[in-house]
Design a protein. Structure first.
Length: 391
């Protein structure tokens, strides 16, 4: 098993468990880092243990107790922790089925600024690096660092408890949790890490079992299933993908959930699911219902306007009305700050320029996209597209 992958998979679980037990986010982060450093020393020599998560948790707990023992301010708490340090928490009837979801809802507390909630979840509980969180929110790394520090400080100053929210509090905090789960999925999709994508889908299924009446929970699950169904063919552009590789069971489930999500109303995730259902259910690329997709992007732009929605709508318009029409819309977005370092914007421009026969400009746009891409898999894909243009 790849050691880096183990750390990515276990970090979120470890932090959630430690925060729940110790009630101190900074302490949990510190001893999690200490435990990972210890693993980096021991595992290359001794091998990855059969239960890496348990090894990391035991190591982190011991380091937390050692740290608290040195801090007299925590003396009263230490007595209780020493009793519990090697004992699992007893199950409770009102607990959420996943400790990370408990902490997701805690970090979505309304006392925190809306822009800080999801960032805190992704950094501290989902195991994202700060640059990865910044990329998810289309902001500079320094801005994201400030947001995370601000959120943690607010939790400490406002004494926000790390507990399962009461049932009536869950709907208010749900949007932030859905955003965090979807960001986990999109990061996994971008990096071609099926473990992250699968984990996001698993969390969404838990949320739906808890809140079956929430349309946006159903819409998010549908959206992720419909996108993930294409995972085995996604090394190519959508128009070049071998559709026999698509997961038809996943498409069928996602399509059925999309219908449920749009029953009696619609939200942003449900509309995005409907767009992807049209892609997945078309017999081939040529028969895709682009007018309907553009219409759905118009609806989405009214519900949740953003530069990324505008970018995707421009790409759909290019398929409906021709590349010149799409490129004109992209040119209107060229001054948008949040798209300046967003490599899909340059990739979309490159594709349309290539379709128009403007190959030198297309090649330059692909080079800019490669420089901005955050993962090796994205860079490899863009290099292949560049070689086509240059050829």
């Amino acid at each position: 098993m790849n050691v880096e992958q183990v750390f990515r998979e276990e970090r979120g679980r470890l932090l959630a468990t430690l925060v729940k037990r110790f009630g101190d986010l900074d302490l949990a982060e510190e001893v999690t880092s200490d435990a990972i450093e210890a693993a980096l020393r021991h595992w290359p020599v001794d091998g990855v243990p059969d239960r890496p998560g348990a090894w990391l948790l035991t190591t982190a707990r011991r380091k937390a107790v050692d740290r608290l023992r040195r801090d007299q301010a925590y003396a009263a708490r230490l007595a209780l922790l020493q009793v519990e340090v090697d004992r699992a928490d007893p199950p409770t009837t009102d607990a959420l089925p996943d400790e990370r979801l408990e902490l997701f809802f805690t970090c979505a507390h309304p006392a925190l600024a809306a822009e800080d909630r999801g960032a805190l979840v992704l950094r501290c509980l989902a195991g994202f690096t700060t640059p990865e969180v910044a990329r998810a929110y289309l902001v500079p790394v320094t801005t994201m660092q400030q947001r995370i520090v601000r959120a943690k400080k607010k939790i400490s100053q406002a004494r926000i408890p790390f507990r399962v929210p009461d049932p009536h509090e869950l709907p208010e905090r749900l949007p932030g949790v859905l955003q965090a789960v979807y960001s986990i999925f999109t990061e996994g999709y971008a990096a071609q890490r099926t473990d992250l994508a699968d984990e996001a889908i698993r969390l969404a299924r838990i949320l739906r079992s808890l809140m079956p009446g929430e349309r946006e929970v159903t819409g998010l699950l549908a959206l992720m299933l419909l996108v993930h169904a294409r995972r085995d063919a996604r090394a190519e552009l959508l128009e070049d993908q071998d559709r026999t590789l698509w997961d038809q069971d996943m498409i069928a489930e996602g399509g059925a959930l999309t219908e449920l999500a749009l029953t009696g109303g619609h939200g942003p995730y449900g509309v995005q699911a409907a767009i992807n259902a049209l892609h997945d259910q078309a017999e081939d690329f040529a028969s895709t219902d682009w007018p309907q997709i553009v219409a759905l992007y118009d609806v989405l732009d009214g519900l949740a306007p953003s530069p990324v929605v505008a970018l995707n709508r421009a790409a759909a318009v290019a398929m409906r009305d021709g590349p010149a029409a799409g490129l004109a819309l992209l040119d209107e977005l060229a001054g948008e700050p949040r798209l300046r370092d967003y490599h899909p914007f340059q990739a979309a421009r490159a594709d349309l320029l290539h379709r128009l026969g403007r190959c030198e400009e297309a090649a330059q746009a692909y080079r800019e996209a490669i420089a901005l891409a955050g993962t090796e898999s994205e860079q490899d894909f863009l290099r292949r597209r560049l070689s086509v243009v240059e050829g």
